[in-house]
Design a protein around this ligand. Structure first.
Ligand SMILES: NC(=O)c1ccc[n+]([C@@H]2O[C@H](COP(=O)([O-])OP(=O)(O)OC[C@H]3O[C@@H](n4cnc5c(N)ncnc54)[C@H](O)[C@@H]3O)[C@@H](O)[C@H]2O)c1
Length: 229
């Protein structure tokens, strides 16, 4: 129930923004709680294939095990090349970005983004947004649910314009989606309980935040509970 006000409506909205009609290939950047819920929501809304991208093997395997999605580890594989290969050169029909302003990467572009962010020339690192725009097929949809707060650099506007992409983004509309999602939990269509990898007491809160922030010990979500040991 806790996640019906957090990762679930966010992931659902990311998939809802894609306007799926059935049979699409959907790529999701980020295998955190939000990305995992976006992947499952895309399946429920009709995607035929869902491909989840991250670098954390435990998160990728949790998504693959639970939802049967395909996965790409961006630390080991060229994401754009892999997506082209998996879609016969076309690109995914829809791309959901569930990473946000601290998007990470390997290689020189990450050093460039980190440098610009550290010197306050930009506020956000948009690696995964860039990739989503570059990967998406012509006429496809890029749905951004990772949070961005300010300015980004090297935004591929030309690719978005020339491929006639639909860009949708926003803070989730919790109150619109929660009643419908509770019904889906009740019939077992989507069960986000597994995201609560680390139930902890209120006293352990600071450590809980640390574990979540550093993504230690396979943590997807810390849940603070007054009765937890
Ligand atoms: N739009 C909304 O209303 C809303 C609501 C809740 C959360 N959010 C946002 O959604 C985003 C995801 O939330 P979360 O709780 O799942 O976060 P999280 O930190 O648990 O997960 C983010 C994942 O992205 C991965 N990642 C980093 N760089 C990547 C890259 N270049 N390519 C692919 N994966 C990459 C990380 O390894 C991590 O697993 C955050 O920005 C969060 O603030 C948005």
């Amino acid at each position: 129930m806790v996640f019906a006000s957090d990762a679930m409506p966010t992931g659902w909205m990311g998939a809802d923004f894609c306007g799926l009609k059935g049979g699409e290939v959907v790529a999701v950047w980020g295998a955190g709680g939000v990305g995992q819920m976006a992947a499952r929501s895309a399946q429920i809304l009709g995607a035929e294939r869902v491909i989840v991208i991250d670098r954390l093997p435990d998160r990728l395997s949790a998504a693959a095990r639970r939802w049967g999605v395909e996965t790409i580890n961006y630390a080991e594989t060229d994401v754009l090349e892999a997506l082209r290969e998996l879609t016969a050169g076309r690109g995914p029909d829809a791309c959901i970005e569930a990473v946000g302003m601290e998007s990470h990467d390997v290689g020189p572009i990450h050093a460039y983004d980190k440098g610009k962010q550290a010197t306050r020339v930009t506020t956000d690192r948009p690696t995964s947004v860039r990739q989503a725009i570059m990967a998406c097929r012509k006429g496809g949809t890029v749905s951004i649910i990772g949070v961005y707060v300010g300015l980004v650099d090297k935004f591929p506007l030309g690719a978005a314009m020339n491929k006639a992409l639909v860009l949708r983004m926003g803070q989730m509309h919790a109150q619109r989606y929660i009643p419908m999602l509770l019904d889906r939990i009740a019939v077992g269509e989507i069960d986000p309980g597994y995201l609560a990898t680390h139930p902890m007491s209120l006293e352990q809160g600071a450590r809980g935040y640390e574990i979540f922030e550093k993504k230690e010990d396979g943590c997807l979500r810390t849940v603070l509970h007054p009765q937890a040991a």
